[in-house]
Design a protein around this ligand. Sequence first.
Ligand code: DC
Length: 222
Amino acid sequence: MQDTIPVLTIDGPSGAGKGTAARAVAARLGWNFLDSGAIYRALAVAVVDRGVSREDESALAALAASLDLVFGADSTARILLWDADISGRIVTEECGNLASKLAAFPAVRQALLDKQRGFRRPPGLVADGRDMGTVVFPDAPYKVFLTASAEVRARRRYNQLKQKGIDVSLAHLTEEIEERDRRDRERQIAPLRAAADAVVIDSSDLSVDEVIQVCLSVVQSH
Ligand code: DC
């Protein structure tokens, strides 16, 4: 039954514009939305709060399996972890970096699979992440891999964080983003890469609206 529910996967490195586009496309289609990065980020918050060792793979997997997460139904990206609003805490680069480190453990990824697949509900799902099209929803009928040059991605993240009132230096952010992407690309399990059947889009010179249009056309042209 689940397999008949359509999914559009949008994977790519950080700052490629996936989040904004994916959320908007989900709203346009009236489909559900999965921000899988937010789940890994929530795990990072839980690790800090519970003092779990960042090296203990089985303890991390157990914690991942126990996460009680509630996502806001609107487009405000609100997220509750064990009833506490952690929306503000998950947006920092520090949280993204820890999430990326924890995401390299196979048992952690395995523990989060069912949680992610549970988002596949009628009438459809737009799933944003690194391995949506390759591992989590390999049978998705619509797949996009969104890239952009490293400079553009760092600048976008910089503007995004600034808007949220978070102060960072562009040079430092560029370094952090490059390091995180290298880790996500080079990890042994579910590395960041385009699915063989994904439409690859370079968003460096595209506006947000243009990216949304291209994603919609991938769904509508099938
Ligand atoms: O998309 P994001 O920046 O919120 O993701 C934070 C980190 O979580 C990312 O650097 C790697 C990890 N992640 C992952 O391994 N697989 C996903 N599907 C989504 C995120």
